[in-house]
Design a protein around this ligand. Structure first.
Ligand code: ATP
Ligand code: MG
Length: 264
């Protein structure tokens, strides 16, 4: 479903701020793979997701989504394939619009936008049904402005919207990092439900090693712009946080900077 091959990306090339963020990155995901992504600050995790989404062109290598070479496609032409959720709960939804209006916009992803989303009775009922999976009572608040929701509620809604038109890829960039632990756990639970329901091919970046081990069916570690660890199946189920820290020390020759690597 996704084939990243030998991708390189250098920011600010030729200046003092030159930074090689992706360094011959290769990663292949089969249909339905749910991969968690870990790595230290600046390892290139977000850059990898941005490269897949087409936020910027890459310098070298190729990116193929479901058999389509998208390497040279601009972001808006890849958007129909991709659902994204970012760390910031404010980013995925429009605060001044109602829940149902936000959902109607998401339902039109990849199709020409109309000026104002007209919502039919049938669509409204569909949205109501979909919202129930979140278990947050939002199905009774269809006309509430999204700006009135909590961060966790907004992230859950963003997740639902990202999967409303079944994407070929779901890209999650620390989408629970800004939430309190209880809300984060709830949004992760919802993530699992949606990924399973729709059999979504998913890349989920997290700073929480426990979450990376507990969720998904495969785990990759990035270091210095490439994959240094790729573990799946039974081996992944047996992983411990200590294993990951040990691996990190081995590849980097340094201790994992624990500032944001939440181990609890
Ligand atoms: N748009 C950009 N312009 C310049 N440099 C960038 C840009 N985006 C990323 N970088 C640099 O590329 C490197 C990789 O950044 P990236 O955001 O991918 O790291 P990350 O693994 O997501 O880290 P974190 O865990 O802190 O989110 C960093 O050194 C970063 O400063
Ligand atoms: Mg990042």
């Amino acid at each position: 479903m996704l084939e990243i091959k030998g991708v390189c990306k250098t920011f600010n090339a030729g200046t003092v701020n030159e930074k090689r963020a992706l360094n011959g990155l290769s990663l292949t995901l089969a249909d339905g793979d749910f991969v968690t992504v870990i790595g230290g600050n600046g390892a290139g995790k977000s850059t990898m997701l941005n490269a897949v989404a087409g936020v910027f062109p890459v310098d070298e290598g190729s990116i193929v989504i479901d058999g389509v070479d998208v390497t040279r496609l601009p972001e808006h032409k890849r958007a129909p394939y991709i659902g994204r959720v970012f760390q910031d709960p404010m980013m995925g939804t429009a605060a001044t619009m109602q829940i149902e209006e936000n959902m109607a916009l998401a339902a039109r992803r990849g199709r020409p936008r109309t000026l104002r989303p007209g919502i039919t009775k049938k669509e409204r009922e569909e949205y109501r049904e979909m919202l129930k999976i979140l278990d947050l009572g939002l199905e009774d608040r269809l006309t509430s402005k999204v700006g009135l929701l909590s961060g966790g509620q907004r992230q859950a809604l963003t997740l639902l919207m990202a999967s409303l038109v079944k994407p070929k890829l779901l890209l999650l960039d620390e989408h629970t990092a800004a939430l309190d632990p209880k809300t984060a756990a709830k949004v992760l639970e919802t993530t699992e439900k949606i990924v399973e329901r729709d059999h979504l091919t998913t890349l989920m970046i997290t700073h929480n090693m426990k979450d990376a081990i507990a969720h998904g069916d495969r785990l990759v570690m990035l270091y210095d712009g490439r994959i240094v660890l790729d573990i799946a199946g039974e081996e992944k189920k047996r992983l411990t946080v200590e294993d990951l820290l040990e691996q990190f020390t081995k590849v980097s020759g340094a201790e994992f900077s624990s500032d944001r690597a939440l181990l609890s």
